[in-house]
Design a protein around this ligand. Sequence first.
Ligand code: URA
Length: 247
Amino acid sequence: MEISEIVEFFKGEEIILPKKIEIILSLQKEFGIINQSYENILRKIKEKNEQAKKMQDFIYNKIKEYLLECKSCPLCFADCHTQKVAGEGNFASPIVLIGEGPGEEEDKLGRPFVGRAGQLLNALLNKFNIDRSRIYITNVVKCRPPKNRTPYVNEVKACSNILNLELEFISPKVIITLGSTPLKFFRPDKSITQSRGIWIKEKDIWIMPTYHPAYVLRQRGEKLEITKKEIYTDFKNALLKLKELLK
Ligand code: URA
């Protein structure tokens, strides 16, 4: 069934459309692609041309609008929070990195991974000759938790609408989860110690759980060397998998 047919079906009834459908409907209107199936539209967004880039920007901005409007959990009222931090980068990237939530620097600058953990992440990406603007980087929660504590389940749940929209439209082939919170987003029953370096398959997406860069920064001596090697290996395996999937 076409989306326009679904809307027609409910005409006259008071319905709240899921954000995903709202985005598709406004995209169809904006780009004059009314009678196209959802799958076709998702394919169009992924093409490598000017129109696709404009569509990606359009969807990214819509998701950002929803994020800026969001008051679904106590984090946006917390004292330490000054602004929401949206994901950033290439909305057509076949790989997405997911962290936990903004820290102090990220909250100040309104960008993900720009503090010390972000510097380590950039250095790691540089080892693979990847500029971070070529990929997409985001967090499970978009508001800084007080004292950088781990976000609570209700906060993750409230913010999951935004992350789900990002993943729906980017539809990456590979995800690297950084630390426990994004791992638990996909597999609530798993711990990072059990799961690090072991692939998880979620629908068509390959997920590689690894350490959070801030955890690596807290290690010392031999443990630091081991941890650095492990996170490097996880990134290497994720990128090899991506290369294989893109063949
Ligand atoms: N830690 C995270 O999990 N995300 C950021 O954006 C920064 C630090």
